[in-house]
Design a protein around this ligand. Structure first.
Ligand code: SAH
Length: 391
C-alpha cells in the first residue's frame, strides 16, 4: 500500500476522528498514486494513523476509511454497512424512503445510499469509493435484498474527482419513475432524473413534524420541488396551498403528485422564480398564514458566501412581508458554509428590514438518517428555523 506522511502535528485532528487530509497536511507521498488508490497514513514520526484513499486531483487529498490496521475488503465494507443499517432500524421506523448511508457520517466517505421502497439509489462521489463499488453492491444486495440498485453518478463532484458522469441500473429490474408514501402522502419519485437521488430526504422529519401547522391556513411553499411541504400541508387540512418551483421537471412532477393525492382543489403549483413571484405577490397584497421557505444551497463553497448571504436575506425578507399577523415562517438553509449563528443573524436583519418581530419557536436540523458526527462539523448542514410573527 502506498504510504503518505503527514507534517508534524497534523495527525491530531485525524486521530480525533476527522477523516479529511488536505494537500497542505502532507509532507510526503510515495510514488505517484492513481485517483482512488488505497494509502496508509503515517505521522511525522512514522507512526500509523489510518488507512484511506487518495485522489491527487482533489482538494481533499486523502479520506480516511479506518483508524485500524485492517484490510479494506468486502469484510471491511460489511463492517461499515451493517452498523449504518442498524442505526436506521433504531431511529427511522416505518419509513419507506430514507438515507441508508450518509458518507462521512457513516464512516464511508464519498458514498450515499438512499432507499425508495425496494429500490436503492447510490452515489459514488469519489474515485476511492468508486473503486469499492463491487464489494459495496454485493454487501448492499446481501444485507438489504433490494429489488434493484440505481447509480446516480451525474453529480458535479464526480467531475472534480476525474470520474465519468454516467448513471444507470447496477442491479435488478425496475421502473425509474416509482412511487413511495411518506406519512400517508404519496410521491412520484424520478430516481433517474430527479434532483439529488429523487427526493430531499433530509427534510422528511421536518415535513412530518411541521405539517400540522397548516390546519385551516393559507399556505405558501416557495421552492416546493415535487411538492414536499405543500402536499403534507394539504393532507393536514390547509385551506389552500401555493407551490412555487422554477425547474420545469420538478413543477410537472409536483402537479402529478397533487393529482396522485387528490389535492387538485387545494394545491396549485406555479412554475416561476420564487424571488420574482414573492415580490409580485407582495405588490398585489397577497398574504399567507404559513410559509415554507426551503431554497437550494446558495453557496457550495466559502468563496461565494457574501452573495449567498444576500440571497438568503432577500428571500427571507420577501417571505416575512407576505406573512399575516400571527403567521408562521418555516425557513431553511442547507448550506454548510452558512453557520447556524450566521443564519440567525440574517433572519434578525431580514426581520428588522421587514419591520416585523418573530418568536423563534423551534430550531431544527436534518433527519436522523442523515446523522451528524459530533467531531466532523461538515456532517451538520441543515438548519430550519420556525418563526411565529408576533402580533
Ligand atoms: N422542500 C422541498 C425541497 C426543496 S429543494 C421538498 O421538501 O421536497 C429546492 C428547490 O428549489 C429545488 O426544487 C430547485 O429546483 C428550486 N429552486 C431553486 N432556485 C429557485 C428559484 N429561484 N425559484 C424557484 N425555485 C427554485
Amino acid at each position: 500500500m502506498v504510504r503518505v506522511t503527514l507534517h508534524k502535528g497534523r495527525e491530531l485532528r485525524l486521530l480525533a476522528g476527522h477523516p479529511w487530509i488536505y494537500q497542505r497536511d502532507l509532507l510526503r507521498v510515495e510514488g505517484t498514486p492513481k485517483p482512488g488508490e488505497l494509502v496508509e497514513v503515517r505521522d511525522a514520526r512514522d507512526r500509523f494513523v489510518g488507512r484511506g484513499y487518495i485522489n491527487p486531483y482533489s482538494q481533499i487529498m486523502v479520506r480516511l476509511l479506518t483508524w485500524e490496521e485492517e484490510a479494506i475488503d468486502e469484510a471491511f465494507v460489511r463492517r461499515r454497512v451493517q452498523p449504518a443499517i442498524d442505526l436506521r432500524k433504531r431511529w427511522v421506523a416505518d419509513v419507506e424512503a430514507y438515507r441508508v448511508i450518509f458518507g462521512e457520517a457513516d464512516l464511508l466517505p464519498g458514498l450515499v445510499v438512499d432507499r425508495y421502497g425496494g429500490v436503492l439509489v447510490v452515489q459514488f462521489l469519489t474515485a476511492g469509493i468508486e473503486a469499492l463499488r463491487g464489494p459495496l453492491v454485493d454487501v448492499l444486495v446481501d444485507l438489504l435484498r433490494p429489488r434493484g440498485i440505481y447509480a446516480r453518478n451525474d453529480a458535479p463532484a464526480r467531475q472534480l474527482e476525474g470520474l465519468e458522469r454516467t448513471s444507470g441500473v447496477l442491479y435488478g429490474e425496475f421502473d425509474t419513475l416509482l412511487q413511495i408514501a411518506e406519512g400517508g402522502v404519496r410521491f412520484w419519485v424520478d430516481v433517474a432524473a430527479g434532483q439529488k437521488t429523487g427526493l430531499f430526504l433530509d427534510q422528511r422529519e421536518n415535513r412530518l413534524r411541521l405539517r400540522s401547522l397548516a390546519d385551516g391556513r393559507e399556505v405558501l411553499d416557495a421552492f416546493c420541488y415535487t411538492g414536499g411541504f405543500g402536499l403534507h400541508a394539504a393532507a393536514s387540512g390547509a385551506r389552500s396551498v401555493l407551490g412555487i418551483e422554477f425547474s420545469k421537471d420538478a413543477a410537472v412532477l409536483a402537479m402529478k403528485n397533487v393529482e396522485l393525492n387528490g389535492f387538485g382543489d387545494i394545491v396549485q403549483v406555479v412554475e416561476a422564480n420564487a424571488f420574482d413571484q414573492l415580490r409580485s405577490m407582495d405588490r398585489e397584497g397577497r398574504r399567507f398564514d404559513l410559509i415554507f421557505l426551503d431554497p437550494p444551497a446558495f453557496t457550495k463553497g466559502k468563496e461565494a458566501l457574501e452573495s449567498a448571504l444576500r440571497g438568503y436575506k432577500e428571500i427571507n425578507l420577501r417571505a416575512m412581508k407576505l406573512l399575516r399577523e400571527g403567521g408562521t415562517l418555516v425557513t431553511c438553509s442547507c448550506s454548510y458554509h452558512l453557520s447556524a449563528e450566521l443564519f440567525r443573524e440574517i433572519l434578525v436583519e431580514a426581520a428588522s428590514d421587514a419591520r416585523r418581530r418573530f418568536r423563534l419557536v423551534e430550531f431544527r436540523g436534518q433527519a436522523r438518517d442523515h446523522p451528524v458526527l459530533l467531531h466532523v462539523r461538515e456532517t451538520n448542514y441543515l438548519k430550519v428555523a420556525v418563526l411565529e410573527a408576533v402580533s
